[in-house]
Design a protein around this ligand. Sequence first.
Ligand code: UD1
Length: 371
Amino acid sequence: MRTLVVAGARPNFMKVAPILAELRRAGSPGVLVHTGQHYDAQMSDAFFRDLGIPAPDYHLGVGSGSHAQQTARVMEAFEPVLVEARPDWVLVVGDVNSTLACALVASKLREELGCRVAHVEAGLRSGDWRMPEEVNRVLTDRLSDLLLTPSHDALPNLAAEGIPSGRVSFVGNVMIDALFAGLPDARALGMPARLGLAAGGYAVVTLHRPSAVDNPEVLREILRGLGRVAERMPVAFPVHPRTAQSIAAHGLDSLLEPLRVLEPLGYQEMAGLVDGAAVVLTDSGGLQEETTALGVPCVTLREQTERPVTITEGTNRLAPWPLTPEGILASFQAAAAQPRAAPGSRSPEGWDGRAAERIVSALFARTAGRP
Ligand code: UD1
């Protein structure tokens, strides 16, 4: 079985790492394509190093651009790679522009090359079509031959869109494989102490969604809310490049003063910092999942989430919408009052560190039975 594994942006790397390792263990090493959507040392290289991902077999080097430019560049660069590699499977993960771009190219060449598309993290839905990720998710699922779902709520979402259940396979959450595998090393870094923070006595914030950071009014309300939180406990804030640009462009730098501003962190550094936090406040999808797996209370700074199991079964809550400093503070206080759960004790089914095994089994099962 020949599998072309696609990774493009930061939240993809911790998903492909366990899958590539499992493919190697199964004697069928994957071929890795890095689209280059993320390219900075801290947004990409640090993750390859921390997660032990081998150097990509193909690097497309597409870089940043508008949605259309980025998606089009990935498509153009990926097509000849696919024609040359002729895999049985093109495996895409998550919901970034690279995910959709490669799924679209592969689905158009399905007949000619005999390749099929497998989507890891299929079936998540926010219902919010203003999010570029929602467009990417829905269209990638529609194009995929094998939909590998992380939680049981995904199946009814897919059924509602007319996707037959025979194409869907529940495998659990592969991001949690990487998290649990790396946790001892992440803890050994002693991140809280390195930053002068008391374990269990600080908050961690991440922000990068266009809906949160591109509009200066919304961003100002959030930063004011974080300032209120910082009156209660230190707030560590590793700043995503998109967010840094928006803060500078709108002259909001003074609102960062109460916060402990950090450069983007590597994978293990971030896992270690989150593991030691009292509360995480975030607009990230991945952190909603990682905090649930770790048992750390989380406040999600969004109107809705495509990961509702983190609320119904895990440690997550949505801040009141629209976001206000008072609402963010109230959610933080409610989350801080929640006792920390043991890692794994609040995890939904299949968030057990063995999702990559189930993904590779599902690929093999469907490859063997092929005419
Ligand atoms: C992308 C994904 C988002 C994911 C996020 C994680 C899409 C539509 N969005 O958003 O789902 O949650 O990645 O980070 O695919 N930049 C750098 N260095 C880099 C990469 C980006 O400085 O290595 C800057 C560039 O100025 C770029 C901006 O950040 O224009 C945004 O990057 P982009 O890849 O367009 O989207 P993200 O906001 O990172």
